[in-house]
Design a protein around this ligand. Sequence first.
Ligand code: ADP
Length: 339
Amino acid sequence: METVRVIVRSRPLNKSEKERGNYSIVQFDRKINQVAITDIKTNIAKTFAYDAVFDDTFTQTQLYDESAYPLVECTLQGYNTTIFAYGQTGCGKTYTMLGVPHDSELRGIIPNSFAHIFGCISEASEQKVFSVRCSYIEIYNEEVRDLLNYDPNTKLELREDKNKGIFVHHLKEHPVKNIADIGAAMEGGNQHRIVKQTNMNEKSSRSHAIFTIYVETSELQNGKNLLRAGKLNLVDLAGSERQKKTGAEGDRLKEAIKINLSLSALGNVINALVEGSHHVPYRDSKLTLLLQDSLGGNTKTLMIAVISPADYNYDESLSTLRYASRAKFIQNKPKINED
Ligand code: ADP
């Protein structure tokens, strides 16, 4: 499995788009993993290639099996891994990452990864002892909050340590024993996510959130205790839409500027890694600082770019496809955390 995989998923046209006479301007070619998008003004198509492409016919389970499954297996083997969805609000980031959590067919990557991890643990040999913990943070207006020990007045600081690298000071990691525990932790944290109304979508997420699962395995091999520690960052990014289209003013505009700042910082980090630059600007935003150990070096990352197929979303879909096509070229050296 490559170190960084970039895939594209499109949602179907929804009922009101069909009623308004909107039509699809995207075409997927699974054989060569390409997406073509047609410019509504010139009728000329632009084509982009990725590691895999998923049109609107792919189910949640198919997407999980083909994209997230191998990465979660790597987490269990001791890799640091990250999965994030990028795109305009309303294109399917939440559907892809969360979906309908208690419906085994419609649940998204996050609940599927919970089932995957605890399924593997219950089937593992008795020689292996697992410890699973989770944490959940939100980055809103460049302020970090703990969603599992939520206090609206407590902002957490980022600190740096020679051994740990960048970490969130005072962030609690919660031990979880089974799928019910971890599901309850996630749902409890979601109650505190900051959601504000914009023109794009009634429940547009205005913050980035990182749910991290830490999996430690200790195993007796040839009389020696082999320890493996991997973590899986499940990142829910705020929408990438432009401010003009959201009708943002005042505080909403300030939020939008911070969101765009961190998404463009993420893009710049990706670009620097693609170009093999000596300076990778992780420090330009909290998001990139926190993902530093997931986008460079010893990690595996899955970026899912989600797009709308509709004609009126041409500009945003094109910008998402461009953003994602830069990400595709990152090459890192994988390394297993083993003591
Ligand atoms: P975002 O999180 O990017 O703002 P959502 O995930 O909330 O977008 O998706 C917007 C709407 O589109 C929701 O009603 C969601 O159920 C639907 N949707 C998104 N992706 C898909 C998909 N692949 N298949 C079916 N419905 C989808």
